[in-house]
Design a binder for this molecule. Structure first.
Ligand SMILES: NC(=O)c1ccc[n+]([C@@H]2O[C@H](COP(=O)([O-])OP(=O)(O)OC[C@H]3O[C@@H](n4cnc5c(N)ncnc54)[C@H](O)[C@@H]3O)[C@@H](O)[C@H]2O)c1
Length: 283
């Protein structure tokens, strides 16, 4: 219960990493404000109610509330702040997790609207979070921002130019904020995940995740695409198996209390390589 008595806001907490972060923080005793857009149904509400259901007298979790909102909008940050204060009294941690990408494609095919959306969700959201919470944290005597960037911001992935660039902006903004706000006892950290099977995976790969790793597709013997498909399927399976092994390894290290940072570039390159083969085979 390392986070008992703390309140955390998790943006994009309705699925993927955000859902995992919200549930883990709640298990550690934190009260969680789960935020998400309500585009595909009440995702944040589902996560908040699952947190409530998982709590028991033996394993008392922190409480959770769902707050629908768009992290690119100033008024929605105000809403998040007000809801957190009203329900939990204070806020100690903001996790800027909500993120998006343009689909994997050549740079000249990315439209202005896609560019603006990627920068608004990935970068401007952090601007608004800072605007909303820095003064509050200063008055409170401290606080923490955790920004979810990506290894794509360090080692760019093919076909994702403006996503890569937006995550590089998150990384450098986090470093600059950490330097500037450290004296106010405000910590700013940044996490660079590699690749995971979340809703964004198909966008990163430029193709639907049709589960090669779990079940190789059945293709007629005389299909000329078969060879490409088999080779690509094998590569993707290998890459995802490596990714899982890497996760198990890092989980074990974390259980033994060792700090661990997973920046496995070779793995990411492998997985993206598999995606490129598929992309070429099936334009
Ligand atoms: N999945 C990966 O392989 C991977 C790798 C590196 C970094 N990341 C980063 O991890 C973060 C989480 O992504 P994920 O992979 O869990 O994907 P995801 O799509 O499962 O989760 C992103 C969530 O953010 C929400 N969201 C999007 N725009 C929003 C907005 N304007 N306001 C509020 N919520 C919004 C979505 O509704 C979704 O629930 C992102 O910042 C992503 O860039 C993901």
């Amino acid at each position: 219960m390392r986070l008992q008595g703390k309140t955390v806001i998790v943006t994009g907490g309705g699925s993927g990493f955000g859902e995992g972060i919200a549930k883990t923080f709640a298990r550690e005793g934190a009260n969680v404000v789960v935020n998400d857009l309500n585009v595909n149904g009440p995702a944040a509400e589902r996560v908040a109610s699952e947190i409530a259901l998982a709590s028991s007298p033996k394993a008392a979790h922190g409480r959770a509330i769902a707050v629908q909102g768009d992290v690119t909008k100033r008024e929605d940050w105000q809403k998040l702040h007000d809801a957190a204060i009203q329900d939990f009294g204070s806020v100690q941690i903001v996790v800027n997790n909500a993120g998006t990408t343009h689909r994997n494609k050549p740079v000249l095919e990315v439209t202005e609207a896609e560019f603006d959306r990627v920068y608004a969700v990935n970068v401007k959201s952090i601007y608004w979070s800072v605007e909303q919470f820095v003064l509050y944290f200063r008055e409170q005597g401290g606080g923490a921002f955790i920004n979810i960037a990506s290894t794509a911001g360090v080692r760019p992935r093919p076909g994702l130019v403006w996503y890569n660039a937006s995550k590089a902006a998150v990384i450098i903004a986090s470093k600059a904020l950490a330097v500037e706000l450290g004296t106010d006892r405000i910590r700013v950290n940044c996490i660079n995940p590699v690749m995971s099977e979340t809703a964004l995976l198909s966008e990163f790969m430029g193709m639907e995740d049709i589960g090669y790793a779990r079940e190789p597709p059945q293709v007629p013997r005389d299909d000329s695409a078969r060879k490409i498909l088999d080779a690509a399927g094998r590569r993707q399976r290998r890459a995802l198996l490596r990714l899982r092994r890497c996760r198990v390894h890092h989980r074990r290290r974390a259980r033994r209390g060792r700090q661990t940072v997973c920046l496995n570039y070779r793995l990411a390159r492998h997985a993206m390589g598999a995606a490129r083969v598929l992309h070429r085979g099936f334009p």
